[in-house]
Design a protein around this ligand. Structure first.
Ligand code: GLN
Length: 309
């Protein structure tokens, strides 16, 4: 198909060619031993436009660990179960501390700053564990529906590897439980959360999955309503302000798009009413965001004039 995304194909190719320039400037995530073994020198980018067109460069069909990007989809799913009541238990402001900070949980007395820091995502996971009979299976089905790809699954080795080192998340869940903000068993919730993070998607799948967020919650191909009216705008607002953790301000300045990153090295970004973009390159900066991915989005947004501002 030669649609809107294809017009960007030459720029995407240039960006992919340029990516090796950033290799060696960051470090692959080491908190998950299995991810530490990933080849750091990889790059992929995919753009999916509302007309159904997709353009890519690099290894755009290679699946990677989506990690914290799962938090966007688990949030959408939790909101479909509990609606706005979720916000009694989780805030909507940037946390100003690292995504796995325990100090924040104490300062906030168990009401996490937002759903994209780990404690917030644990509360979200609690909602799913409480309402879905098989939450991990339900979550994968939800991703598949958004991305329209039956290939998406969980990398159980990555999940097991993370669980062997997830002391901080177990501690956060215990603290949240102590504050009365988890209904289920804290260990079971960390287990489910870790498996959500271990979902694997390619750049093409991730860009497609985010497309409804660029289209007022509707599947652009069928018009099917995947999110109720108004919700995609709110999710985008949260991604813009909290999606890149402590780098959200810098990202808004340099890129100007709602986005969410994960320590697997991917970033997904939304251009409302136009397209969704995903990038993947495993080396991360100190704040946990992909170095080459951040730079790629900065260039794409600048040259294709995509900033929401
Ligand atoms: N699973 C990771 C964790 O809980 C996700 C972190 C991330 O991608 N920022 O630490």
């Amino acid at each position: 198909m030669n649609g809107e995304a294809s017009a960007l194909a030459p720029l995407l190719a240039e960006i992919a060619n340029d990516a090796p320039r950033y290799y060696g400037q960051g470090r692959v995530n080491t908190s998950i031993p299995k991810l530490a073994a990933v080849d750091p020198n990889q790059f992929a980018i995919a753009v999916a436009t509302l007309d159904g067109d997709v353009a890519t460069a690099g290894s755009a069909n290679v699946p990677f660990s989506i990690q914290s990007i799962s938090k966007v989809f688990s949030l959408c799913l939790a909101l479909s179960y509990v609606g706005e009541d979720l916000w009694d238990r989780v805030g909507r402001n940037p946390s100003g501390m690292r995504f796995n900070s325990l100090t924040r949980v104490e300062l906030e007395k168990g009401r996490p700053a937002n759903p994209f820091v780990n404690p917030g995502a644990l509360v979200v996971a609690d909602c799913l564990v409480e309402r879905a009979a098989t939450p991990i299976h339900t979550f994968v089905g939800y991703l598949r529906k958004f991305a329209k790809s039956a290939r998406i699954g969980i990398d159980y080795d990555v999940a097991r590897s993370e669980l062997s080192m997830a002391f901080r998340n177990f501690a956060a869940a215990s603290l949240l439980k102590d504050y009365g903000n988890l209904h289920g068993d804290p260990n079971g919730i960390v287990y489910a959360y870790t498996h959500f993070c271990a979902a694997t998607m390619s750049c093409v799948e991730l860009a497609r999955a985010a497309l409804p967020l660029a289209n007022e919650g509707r599947d652009p191909a069928t018009g099917q309503e995947l999110l109720p009216p108004g919700r995609s705008r709110r999710i985008n607002a949260l991604m813009l302000t909290c999606g890149l953790y402590d780098a959200a301000g810098d990202f808004a300045y340099r890129v100007g798009l709602p986005a969410k990153s994960g320590v697997g090295g991917a970033i997904v970004a939304v251009v409302p009413n136009r397209m969704a973009i995903s990038v993947w390159s495993p080396e991360l900066d100190e704040l946990g965001n992909s170095v080459a991915g951040f730079a790629a989005l900065e260039r794409l947004a600048r040259e294709a004039d995509l900033s929401v501002f």
